[in-house]
Ligand binder design. Structure first.
Ligand code: FAD
Length: 503
């Protein structure tokens, strides 16, 4: 143990290893600051590694290269239309930082992005129908070498305890985390410490000067000479905290890696006087229950319909997933997706991908020759279900969803490939799958300012302490503006935290 009881000394200690944490660590280490990344589990990347890695950072060189005509001003118009004047300071900080952050990241030879069409989630001024988000280029595992084994694999392989596929490059969130890891490693100033869980913050003379952490070899105290960045996810996997704060859904139904994000960093900061906000909020989504009771994030419904406990529809099934999740939170479950053999497999995208034969064999999905039989198998009222499907088929015949306007928005049509999304359900066998209110993580947490400084109850920064990603209360409030906002905002505020640390 070193001076003053420290086991090790760094300039910056980052808790967590999602996209925000890794971007912050790269910014610090590339500027010559000795930086530690602490990761509670044995694998890096958290939910960010599971993600599609769409990144919503507007007005950058990536959109310019793609000839999108995106601009900071256009994104400002869009965000202002959705969020009003709330959070103007953090919104402006985010917009101002986006182009600079992408310049910084792409300057590194390990990192490159490309535009990927994915519409913004609201029909509001400033929206781009093809969206403005981008993704990292895939990463051949050979480029990472032994480091590849440190990156959390895709959700299905991870849940099965398997590593990356030997025959495929790292894609999506794995590519993002892998590329950031390569870049951090190349600085020579970044240290990655897995199986190291932050437990407490150490305060000396009113300033956060380090962290206490749990490791396999016992507790350690790590000094952070310049600052501590908390980017250790939300509390989506804590049943107790979700219940206390009234987050709809459930810890068993979140898409986050099992047991990873239990609010440790938020709780540690609260114990030293940090304030919190938006605690009942999450990035919601529908999830299809899989045989082991865990959900598959499901989006882009291009067929079928979803009914509530009464056997009736309650929303436009093709809504952007967070908006659909919020409709589910206000309706009464259990919910079921109903479709038929007209669809070639599941009429939606699911992560992980689900195969009809496997789901039917496991009993997670059921099928029947008639709707009353399907109702019997799912416990739905037969008359209501039959009536709902007949009404829906009438809408399909007339080409208009008179109840929920499905298929009228650019987002709906993007996923149906421009074809009608109100497709008749009339070709037996009929299928049913249980849909639950899932989430991609909670989005309430520590209150922060435009430089990601954690604020106390009087709105004053707690010296030495920063937060980003789902550890902080999102500047978007209860709104999910477009694909890639969780990761884009996590990276932007982590980057701003490090700029402040370096001043
Ligand atoms: P995480 O990425 O979950 O990272 C938190 C890390 O902190 C974890 O590794 C965890 O183990 C670690 N940790 C927790 N406690 C401690 C502790 N005490 N000490 C040290 N470490 C700790 N968002 C987008 O923006 N674009 C997308 O395309 C997108 N697609 C998605 C697709 C899927 C299938 C899923 C599941 C999510 C998707 N999301 C997407 C959402 C997004 O991935 C998350 O909201 C975001 O990555 C959260 O980032 P984070 O850094 O806050 O948390």
């Amino acid at each position: 143990m070193g001076r003053a009881g420290w086991d090790d000394e760094y300039d910056v200690v980052v808790a967590g290893s999602g996209a925000g944490a890794m971007a912050g660590a790269l910014a610090a280490a590339s500027g010559g600051l000795r930086t530690a990344v602490l990761e509670k589990t044995g694998l890096l990347g958290g939910t960010s590694a599971y993600s599609g890695s769409a990144i919503w950072l507007p007005g950058t060189r990536v959109q310019e290269r793609a000839g999108l005509g995106d601009s900071t001003e256009g994104a400002r118009t869009y965000l202002r239309a959705l969020l009003g004047d709330d959070e103007e300071e953090r919104r402006e900080a985010f917009l101002e930082t986006a182009p600079e952050l992408v310049d910084f990241l792409e300057k590194d030879s390990a990192i490159e992005f490309r535009f990927q069409a994915f519409p913004d989630y609201f029909d509001a001024p400033g929206r781009l129908d093809m969206g403005r988000s981008f993704v990292p280029l895939e990463l051949p595992a050979e480029e990472l070498g032994e480091l590849a084994a440190l990156v959390r694999p895709p959700v299905d392989r991870d849940r099965a305890g398997r590593g990356h596929s030997a025959s495929k490059p790292l894609a999506q969130g794995r590519a993002l985390i892998g590329r950031l890891l390569l870049a951090i490693n190349a600085t020579g100033a970044g240290g990655i410490r897995t199986r190291t869980a932050l437990t407490d913050l150490i305060v000396e003379d009113g300033r956060v000067t380090g962290v206490a952490a749990r490791t396999a070899d016992g507790p350690v105290r790590l000094r952070a000479r310049r600052g501590v960045l908390l980017a250790a996810g939300g509390f989506e996997s804590s049943t107790a905290l979700r219940a206390e704060r009234g987050v709809p859904g459930g810890a068993g139904w979140t898409m986050a890696p099992d047991g990873a994000n239990t609010g440790d960093a938020i709780e540690a900061a609260v114990r030293i006087g940090a304030s919190t906000g938006l605690l009942d909020q999450a990035w919601f989504c529908p999830g299809l229950l899989t045989p082991d009771g865990r959900p598959a994030f499901t989006l882009g419904f291009r067929g079928g319909l979803i009914v509530d406990a009464s056997g009736r529809r309650f929303a436009n099934e093709s809504l952007p997933y967070d908006r659909m999740g919020r409709r589910m939170a206000a309706a009464e479950g259990p919910f079921h997706l109903i479709w038929d053999s007209r669809a070639d497999g599941l009429p939606a995208i699911s992560v992980p991908p689900l195969r009809t034969d496997e789901q039917l064999a496991s009993g997670a999905w059921v099928q029947a020759g008639t709707l009353p039989e399907l109702a019997e198998m799912t416990g739905l009222p037969a008359d209501a279900l039959t009536g709902t499907v007949e009404r829906f088929n009438g809408f399909a015949a007339r080409g208009a969803d008179e109840d929920f306007h499905r298929g009228e928005d650019a987002y709906d049509l993007y996923f149906s490939g421009g074809r009608p999304c109100v497709v008749p359900v009339d070709r037996p066998p009929y299928l049913a799958a249980r849909v639950v209110l899932s989430d991609l993580g909670t989005k309430g947490g520590l209150r922060t300012d435009a430089d990601a400084r954690v604020l106390d109850g009087s709105g004053r920064p707690l010296p030495g302490l920063y937060a980003a990603g789902n550890t902080s209360a999102s500047f978007t409030g209860p709104v999910y503006p477009g694909p890639g906002v969780p990761i884009g905002s996590a990276m932007a505020f982590a980057y701003r935290a490090v700029q402040d640390i370096r001043r």
